[in-house]
Ligand binder design. Structure first.
Ligand SMILES: [Zn+2]
Length: 624
């Protein structure tokens, strides 16, 4: 049956069985909508936007973004529209991927993918409980307000009267009209409540404005704009959703740049400016170039260097590295050539070693910022700069040598060697440094500091043990928690039933009258059984993707894909099922027997207890 046919049938069945409420997704969207969104977002296309995929047999394979790895362990199956990582166990539908990747709820993932496919969503009527939840801080409402505000700021900048001075500034900074459009640059007027007024006209609640960090309560108690007389840089996530704003002052405000405060959508140290625009190029070149400022990033793209992103005027954090690691094999940090840049580079080095990614450092010459450098020297020179970036170890090595050259202080030199050995150890344990490099480093170090290589080696080993311990801790802190399928024979039987049904839905006929979902007692299996049984009750012609489209939690989707795979590997569906059902029956009758036994025991106990009490009473009576 084709997808449309299935859909119709499922809907009819749902209406007939009056199960529509049950089939509604999170009280937000009906099943037909969910299916339409799923069908308009091919899983291979969506995952390719985040991970480089290569063809392998009938599937695609890539490096899993949900655990620490360099080897490709994540398979994407286009026929089944599922993904599965064989190393960490993450798996599910296109919705699951987006949920895990962007830390979204199921309805949010649906909205996101609908947006991607240009589908307009109309939420199913909201129940009292969902609208109450929505009254709290809802990321989707914040995102909508942000989109409205971004558009408002754009209009201001384009306004021939109000926006002229700001546009003049933009032009003076050599930012082209195309870039203004591409990066949705805007203007926050200096009236102090321009956005607040505009929002009031749209009946946008004041609380939402303050929740989004776009408005602040002023001393006189009235609501005012957070961004006043500033050039606005909307900050988007990878799906082009505006999550926050950066603003550069257009007068002499001491705070040259300000950002939105932390909200449910935005956390500065975990956000990268320009990732949405740069990620394709980053994946295809394997290199991400990170600058600090908005205008540096914009100018790079304008000049044709489209794998450039920016930290939001802050120094590079391990959050940034973790995100970029998902897209890039190598990160090049480009700094102004001032000392602040060098100090920041030093910090970034430690972070990136721990994050297991190759990193190199480049400085812009002549004390310029990258934006000025791009304007004056152009694309080729900038690319040269990136090309010739210094590997972190070399960078650290050069610093060490400089230190020894100009410094005779034994304690300082000692500290520098320690620091270097720590970096080398982290590099080795992260797989960033080969044994040959290690030997060379030890020998050179031995020459510079006139210490026997043997001694340096033993010290290095100590650092290495420390580095490996912290790497092991990092490993455990992966983005993903494996599913607990329970232990024991009965749990195994529950698993097997689902393994078979996910592969051979027509065998549900054998299960239907005999076992209900409430027989399952392992929590995750009980949830999956409820989904599987419900879907199969409404239509026996069900695909894995249909069942996955009902799985609201990431854990459920992970479990479904895992169960489908193990089931497929075991094969022999019918005999597996018969065996598992026998085991379930056996368990049930044993439990029934033990219940009887328990009540027998209880009766016996009560009887004895009664006799004892009576005996006691007798004795007490006797004593009295
Ligand atoms: Zn994985």
């Amino acid at each position: 049956m084709n997808a449309g046919g299935y859909l119709l049938k499922a809907l009819q069945a749902a209406i007939v069985h009056n199960e529509f409420a049950v089939l509604c997704m999170a009280g937000m969207f009906d099943r037909a909508t969910v299916n339409r969104v799923q069908q308009s977002n091919d899983i291979v296309d969506v995952i390719s936007e985040h991970v480089a995929l290569a063809k392998k047999g009938r599937e695609m394979v890539g490096v899993c973004p949900f655990h620490d790895d360099h080897r490709p362990s994540m398979y994407v199956n286009s026929d089944k529209q599922i993904f599965k990582c064989f190393a960490c166990g993450a798996g599910g539908s296109v919705f699951t991927f987006v949920q895990m990747r962007e830390n979204l709820s199921f309805p949010q993932a649906i909205e996101r993918l609908a947006q991607r496919a240009g589908i307009k969503l109309t939420p199913a009527k909201r129940t009292a409980s969902t609208s109450a939840a929505v009254a709290d801080i809802d990321p989707n409402r914040l995102a909508k307000l942000n989109a409205f505000s971004a558009e408002h700021f754009c209009k201001n900048l384009m306004d021939e009267e109000k926006g002229k001075y700001a546009l003049d500034y933009v032009t003076a900074r050599k930012i082209s009209p195309e870039s203004v459009e591409k990066w949705q640059l805007g203007l926050a007027l200096d009236s102090g409540d321009d956005l607040v007024q505009a929002a009031a006209k749209r009946a946008i609640p004041k609380k939402l404005l303050t929740d989004a960090g776009l408005a602040v309560t002023r001393r006189d108690g009235r609501l005012g704009d957070k961004f006043v007389n500033r050039l606005i840089f909307p900050i988007t996530d990878v799906t082009a959703r505006v999550i926050a704003f950066g603003g550069r002052t257009l007068d002499d405000d001491d705070a040259k740049y300000i950002n939105s405060p932390t909200t449910v959508l935005f956390d500065k140290s975990n956000t990268i400016y320009g990732l949405q625009q740069a990620r394709h190029r980053i994946v295809s070149t394997g290199t991400a170039v990170a600058v600090e400022g908005y205008t540096d990033c914009i100018m790079a793209h304008q000049c044709g260097c489209t794998n450039v992103v920016a930290t939001l005027g802050t120094s590079f954090t391990s959050g940034h590295a973790r995100i970029l690691r998902r897209y890039a094999k190598r990160i090049v940090l480009v700094f102004d050539s001032d000392t602040a840049g060098i100090a920041a580079a030093n910090r970034a080095l430690e972070i990136c070693l721990a994050q297991r990614i190759g990193i190199a450092i480049a400085s812009v010459p002549q004390g310029k910022d990258p934006c000025d450098f791009l304007v004056s020297s152009g694309k080729e020179k900038f690319e040269e700069l990136v090309e010739q970036a210094t590997d972190v170890f070399e960078f650290k090595w050069n610093r060490l040598k400089e230190n020894f050259a100009k410094n005779n202080n034994l304690i300082d030199n000692r500290a520098a060697v320690e620091e270097f050995l720590q970096a080398v150890a982290t590099g080795i344990s992260a797989g960033n440094l080969s044994a040959i490099d290690r030997g060379l480093i030890v020998n050179q170090l031995s020459r510079i500091i006139s210490l026997p290589a043997k001694e340096i080696n033993s010290e290095l080993r100590q650092h290495l043990r420390k580095a490996q311990r912290s790497a092991a801790n990092n490993q455990r802190r992966s983005d993903f928690e494996p599913v607990d399928f329970g232990r024991g024979l009965f749990a195994a039987a529950q698993r097997e039933i689902l393994e078979v049904l996910l592969n051979e839905p027509k065998l549900y006929e054998l299960v239907k009258q005999k076992i209900a979902a409430d027989v399952f007692d392992v929590p995750i299996l009980k949830q999956v059984a409820a989904l599987v049984f419900e879907t199969l009750n409404s239509s026996p012609e069900t695909s894995l993707a249909d069942i996955l489209a009902l799985a609201e939690s990431v854990a459920q989707a992970n479990a479904i894909v895992e169960l489908e795979r193990t089931g497929r590997e075991k094969g022999n569906f019918e005999s597996q099922l018969v065996g598992a059902m026998d085991a379930v029956r056996e368990h049930q009758s044993r439990q029934a027997r033990s219940n009887i036994q328990t009540s027998e025991d209880e009766r016996q106990f009560l009887k004895r207890f009664g006799e004892d009490t009576r005996g006691n009473n007798r004795r007490s009576v006797g004593m009295v």
